[in-house]
Design a protein around this ligand. Structure first.
Ligand code: KG4
Ligand code: ZN
Length: 369
């Protein structure tokens, strides 16, 4: 079991109830239930709606994942769960479920970081991560450049967005264009038929005195919205495909430029791109082109593993077990702003999962005292 732990991972940080099962770096199951349709008419994820949907989907999704993997819950070497960052109420459903299963089965519990999971998932597709790994993480809630010498306990922020996340910018522009939610996939699709050079939208934080690895998308967002508004008020038709392509180009140009620069500056010869926006076809193509030119090897998981899923949590959990990292305590809590520098939430050793009977006693004490 040491090198190839069998781990079940639970992800509920946003609107996807994801449950994955992995053996070491091999993906066995990736079950998902999404509440995205319930949020579409609000143009964004409604936390209370997401929490309720997680609650309803949790047990069936766990059962589906175990069945898909063809393993019994009793065979598991551990249960991993996203402890943060994410929506507090949504995270709480996953953490509570993970605790209940781990406790009932007598398995160690691993509260892990959502962002580190987005990086670690690539092990399921391209094998063990090189150390250190440079990672560009781009999702609906985060945009950051991270240097990870060890994904289980050493993740260092190089830079991050100072305002909107990249995915958030896609979602907001899609809303202005009345394209629905989430915006990324539809903008990606329309942009393929548009001209990325049609409109010269601004590239945030790319001046000589700007922070080399930080991002800013709020100026771009405003500029695109104003451009569209000007067309509309002049009674002209908005060239949706060209706007989508030009906006997308501005985002991926900055992301790839800064990521390649960070690799060069740090002497890292490979780059990993993860998070929902990594599913973007233009980002993948431009990153490939620029990495090749710079002699950098690019690793991007397939789109289904880039967006939120349970397999990524299981992948990081398995790595924690394989490297002998401390399991979390039973009082593990959801932390909506868990820092990226904490890949997991190690326990203190008190009330440790291996000590099942002792914990049982303890919790009874707590209950009656
Ligand atoms: O990682 P993720 O599933 O959830 C978060 O942790 O945020 O990322 C969701 C984000 C959304 O903003 C969505 O619009 C964006 O990823 N996204 C895309 C694409 N697919 C999803 N953005 C650009 N192009 C895509 N193909
Ligand atoms: Zn995510």
């Amino acid at each position: 079991m040491a090198d190839e732990p069998l781990v079940l991972g639970i992800e509920t940080s946003c609107d996807e109830t994801g449950v994955g099962v992995v053996r070491g770096t091999t993906l066995l199951a990736d079950a998902i239930a999404s509440s995205v349709d319930e949020h579409a008419r609000f143009g964004g994820v409604v936390p209370e709606v997401a929490s309720r949907a997680h609650l309803e989907a949790m047990v069936p999704t766990i059962e589906r994942a175990l069945k898909q993997a063809g393993v019994a819950a009793s065979d598991l070497d551990g249960i991993a769960v996203t402890a943060g960052p994410g929506l507090a109420g949504a995270l709480l459903v996953g953490v509570s479920a993970a605790k209940a299963y781990a406790y009932a089965l007598g398995k160690p519990l691993y509260g892990v970081n959502h962002l580190a999971s987005h990086i670690c998932v690539d092990q399921l597709e391209h094998g063990p991560l090189p150390e250190p790994t440079m990672a560009l993480l781009v999702s609906g809630g985060h945009s950051s450049l991270l240097l990870a010498p060890d994904i289980t306990n050493d993740v260092r922020p190089m830079g991050a967005t100072i305002d909107d996340a990249a995915g958030e910018a896609f979602d907001k522009i899609a809303r202005v264009l009345d394209l629905g939610f989430p915006g990324g996939p539809v903008i990606d699709r329309l942009a393929r038929e548009g001209d990325p050079k049609a409109i010269a939208f601004p590239r945030g934080l790319t001046g000589p005195r700007d922070a080399a690895y930080d991002f800013s998308f709020s100026g771009l967002k405003t500029s695109v919205a104003r451009w569209i508004e000007a067309k509309r008020s002049a009674g002209e038709e908005v060239p949706v495909r060209d706007v989508a392509a030009s906006f997308q180009e501005a985002v991926v140009d900055v992301l790839t430029r800064k990521a390649v620069r960070a690799c060069k500056d740090e002497g890292v010869d490979h780059l990993m791109i993860g998070g929902g926006v990594a599913a973007n076809s233009r980002l993948r193509a431009l990153a490939q082109e620029r990495c090749e030119r710079a002699g950098i090897r690019l690793r991007v998981p397939r789109p289904g593993l880039c967006t939120d899923n349970g397999a990524m949590v299981a992948a990081l959990g398995a790595e924690m077990v394989a490297r002998g990292r401390a399991a979390s305590d039973w009082d593990l809590s959801a932390d909506s702003s868990l820092p990226v520098t904490e890949p997991h939430v190690p326990g203190t050793g008190h009330g440790h999962t291996h000590d099942h009977d002792h914990v049982h006693e303890m919790s009874k004490d707590n209950l009656y005292s």
